[in-house]
Design a protein around this ligand. Sequence first.
Ligand SMILES: Cc1cc2nc3c(=O)[nH]c(=O)nc-3n(C[C@H](O)[C@H](O)[C@H](O)COP(=O)(O)OP(=O)(O)OC[C@H]3O[C@@H](n4cnc5c(N)ncnc54)[C@H](O)[C@@H]3O)c2cc1C
Length: 308
Amino acid sequence: MNPLIRLIPPFLVRVFARPYLAGDSLEDALKAAEGLWQNRQVLSSLDLLAEGIETDAAARANVDTYLRMVEAAGTDPRFSDENRPTLSLKPSNFTSSSLHEAGDARGAADAIREICVAAAEHAVDLTMDMESRHWTDFTIELLRDLHAEGHRHIGAVLQTRLNRCEADLDRLPEGIRVRLVIGIYQEPESHAISNKPEMKERLLRYAQILLERGHYVEFATHDEAYVRRFVDQVLPATGVGGDGCEVQMIYGVPRRKLLGELRERQIRCRIYIPFALSWPMAVAYLRRRLDEYPAMMWMVAKNMLRKG
Ligand SMILES: Cc1cc2nc3c(=O)[nH]c(=O)nc-3n(C[C@H](O)[C@H](O)[C@H](O)COP(=O)(O)OP(=O)(O)OC[C@H]3O[C@@H](n4cnc5c(N)ncnc54)[C@H](O)[C@@H]3O)c2cc1C
């Protein structure tokens, strides 16, 4: 991460990265999801920002929040089978023993299994976000176990920057839903490539492999040229239509025109909607977003000056 971004105090991260956050309650996230569907027929995936767990009680609180999210997504009258939000979750949110810090991820698998069972009861789909490389094996193994237990409603994420990504295509459970991303975590040269265009070429290549193997592919990038190549080249080459894939983007990244075009072409679009119940737990995510796109700080500052 850029050292300057690392030095920004949390209260300023909060100010500058505000557009990336739906709000500070589950209701804010649900309202954002409802608005996206009503105004633009865009679907959503809700994500609780709750990183940096230090106690088992905090990990448990996150499980309880996800259970509330499952219930809301499954029963809130604003949603039906047509527009029900999915939920995205990070394994590290459910353990005080992070693998990033050489812990053993104590409790995380059981917590995710508990959420998975509740989600099945409410017909809510889940996606397990992919965190730094320390978590890759854990996450894929857990997905394999959950699929073997019959949980077909949980999907995977693969990061094309990782050298291991192509081999991981073969380790995925058969037919699992897969979100393909370039990956937001900075990884050392020994584990990952740093050339962004190459990461994105891999997005196209791996999307094609996965579609040919019968996976539902979630093509997650804000790069308009690659979204167009996915739709104009990969889909026709595989014969897969709009019912076998979707395009995903993150809340706060302005892509209204592209989303409109995709909807006209019958391609499903989904926005990843993060919210936080506690600001300190959102700071790590928001800092990564600012690191990825520092121009957001100037956009926010300009808006504030204009309003002031
Ligand atoms: C739905 C979704 C889920 C994701 N889940 C994960 C995950 O589980 N694990 C993981 O490691 N990563 C995840 N990511 C992040 C992803 O790995 C990339 O870091 C992120 O999408 C930026 O890469 P890009 O492909 O959009 O390409 P970029 O080259 O970074 O972006 C393309 C263009 O979009 C614009 N843009 C990009 N980012 C922003 C921004 N933040 N604000 C405004 N404009 C922007 C810029 O104009 C840029 O030129 C997810 C991304 C999405 C869209």
